[in-house]
Design a binder for this molecule. Structure first.
Ligand code: ZN
Length: 274
């Protein structure tokens, strides 16, 4: 069994803390791996962000996020590509292990999801040379199909892996338990990801019943219906030895709590239910 390492996705702590406070709060409880979001870096400036990360010896699992390749006009698509190249540079500057991509759903004028998938593949191909040159792997995150319209038209691990096969080196996937737990092909898909060596990250949270908001009501591990121990066993069997990253968007609950409490409870649950 691999060493159990918890990475803290800083979205989890954004209700209480900015980058500096989050790093301090994580370190205080022994967490040394984080994934910041671009807005959290922008809020303090790149230079200061780099200083905070280096001075505290933090490991940066990933930068969140790029993507959103889908748009109605050519100009908008071009600006998305430019923004993604910028995100790649930012990921390189903070030494991130990869750049997480939420690829985009349907543009306003379209009902053609397969066209969106084509645009996403083209967008990834367009930024891939820049990513390879910067040595920043692109981590496509398949999202739950409830987001197919507005956030991501890549909805299963297998779809993500098909893209990897199509595009070659420099692209992998993030396997987020919240987004993928329902998949009837989950075990085989995780095993395939392992065989292909494409698992760049693994996010954990829980699926609450009932869920009050499809974006901002994710649960703390153990509060919902995902069998996180079984999930972990599949991921480890697939050869993934990286950290498990706690990523909880929770406007009305966890984002309202003191950051120290969120970190403490995440660690407790990580050690008991994951
Ligand atoms: Zn995620």
């Amino acid at each position: 069994m691999s060493e159990r390492v918890l990475s803290m996705n800083l979205a989890t702590l954004r209700g209480a803390w900015g980058l500096a406070e989050a790093v301090e709060g994580c370190l205080k409880q022994g967490i040394t791996t984080i994934s910041p979001w671009r807005d959290q870096i922008k809020a303090v400036g790149m230079e200061e962000a780099r200083r905070i990360i280096a001075a505290n010896g933090m490991r940066v699992a990933s930068l969140c996020r790029g993507g959103m390749f889908v748009a109605d006009t050519k100009a908008e698509r071009q600006s998305a590509l430019d923004d993604n190249r910028q995100a790649i540079d930012e990921a390189a500057e903070i030494g991130a292990g990869c750049l997480v991509l939420v690829v985009g759903g349907l543009p306003p004028s379209s009902k053609d999801l397969n066209e969106s998938r084509k645009v996403v593949a083209e967008g990834l191909a367009a930024i891939l040379p820049h990513a390879r040159a910067a040595k920043v792997p692109l981590a496509v995150e398949p999202l739950h199909p409830m987001y197919a319209a507005d956030r991501a038209c890549i909805n299963t691990i297998d779809q993500g892996l098909d893209l990897c096969e199509q595009l070659g080196d420099g692209v992998g996937i993030v396997i987020d338990a919240y987004h993928t737990w329902w998949d009837p092909n989950l075990a085989a898909a995780i095993a395939r990801a392992g065989r292909m060596g494409r698992i760049l990250g693994h996010h954990i949270s829980d699926w609450l019943v009932p869920m009050r908001d499809m974006l901002l009501d994710r649960g703390m591990m153990g509060d919902g219906v995902i069998d996180l121990k079984a999930f972990r066993a599949m991921i480890e069997q697939a050869g993934y030895q990286g950290p498990q990253e706690v990523e909880i968007f929770s406007r009305d609950n966890w984002w309202k709590r003191p950051g120290d409490d969120v970190v403490r409870i995440a660690l407790e649950r990580f050690n008991t239910v994951c």
